[in-house]
Design a protein around this ligand. Sequence first.
Ligand code: SAH
Length: 224
Amino acid sequence: MESGALDDTRFIGYRRKLIEEIRAKGVDDLEILQLFDKVPRHLFVPEAMWPRAYEDAPIPIGYGQTTSQPSLLAHYLKILRPTKDDKVLEIGTGCGYFTAILALAADRVYSIERIRELSQRARKVLDQLGIRNVALLVGDGTIGWKKYAPYDVIVVAAASPSIPPALVDQLGDGGRMLIPVGGRDTQELVLVRKDGFIVTEETVPGPVKFVPLLGEFAWKPERE
Ligand code: SAH
């Protein structure tokens, strides 16, 4: 990754504070914390949001969408444990911040976003940072990305009324998926695991709040 020249020194201190906050919220795994140190979050959000880029909070990224709270993403990593051998499918590229973090943790990341402009912006920042192990697709993530399946890890960054069946199909043996499931206002994180032919679902304690997953096997886009 080539963040050096792009990474304003002003932000380094803020980023360290963010990492302390993530640690205080229960993720003290050094490998995970280092990922948040390496990826300059401000580059992924609109410049008007730069003063807030290192708050542990969701940030508006335009088009009615938000980038998730970093400590929540850290919890995702703690549960999913992507490794350098893993192929990851991300549904909801958004600004590409989590995509970048996943790309540093995994072998390859395939990420789908339904809003073309967000996908294009994410591509630009990923390119600027020299992150090359990411493939982006503009489309409906509720049908997954069959071409590169099966995946070791699937992360869904938007809330669904139920688990889209194609995503379970595209999970490989030993694969794990996290998806917020519930109503439009609050959801619970569901961890899906596949071992051979056995698929198990387990709820992670605590409510979460994500923007809606809009697509064929989630909320219907016309209700947007
Ligand atoms: N991890 C992202 C989160 C973005 S919010 C980030 O940190 O920026 C969730 C994103 O999911 C939004 O950008 C939204 O447009 C996208 N989305 C919603 N439904 C989708 C679908 N069916 N397929 C792909 N992307 C979807």
